[in-house]
Write a protein that binds this ligand. Structure first.
Ligand code: NAD
Length: 115
């Protein structure tokens, strides 16, 4: 519940013939999804890293372009849920992290692709 938009989108696109580049902080999770896509002869590659690190969005885009030559579609879903807030997390700190990942990466990722 309240998770899995990226995973579900990757599966739908792969089933329709898209080559899917998967990024996540969690390599194990990303590799598991790539394996699932390959199980129905879909094409997927894992490019893990932190989209909040300044140099990473451009590196991610370059790596995908090197592999497949073009990018048709960006699913920009890296994020976190309010339900991940631990009881003793300070609300403002949590809110800043939430807003940063949800909003800042929309700009850095789309900017990297359009360069
Ligand atoms: N699933 C829902 O019902 C729902 C509803 C409303 C809003 N949202 C929001 O949509 C976004 C995506 O939802 P989802 O269901 O795909 O969530 P999800 O938890 O399934 O996937 C988000 C992924 O982003 C990754 N991630 C977090 N920070 C990262 C970083 N800095 N670099 C790279 N990867 C990072 C996480 O490891 C996680 O696997 C979230 O921000 C969520 O709050 C989801």
């Amino acid at each position: 519940m309240y998770e899995g938009i990226g995973r579900a989108t990757a599966l739908v696109l792969a089933r329709r013939g898209a080559k899917v580049a998967i990024n996540d902080l969690d390599r194990e999770k990303a590799e598991k999804l790539a394996k699932e896509i390959r199980s129905f002869q879909g094409e997927a590659e894992v490019f893990c890293g932190n989209v909040l690190e300044e140099a990473f969005p451009q590196l991610l885009v370059s790596s995908v372009l090197q592999k497949w030559g073009k990018i048709n579609c960006l699913i920009n879903n890296a994020g976190m849920s309010i339900f991940q807030r631990e009881g003793n997390d300070e609300i403002l700190t949590f809110w800043e992290a939430f807003v940063t990942i949800v909003q800042f990466t929309k700009w850095t990722m789309t900017n990297s692709i359009s360069l």
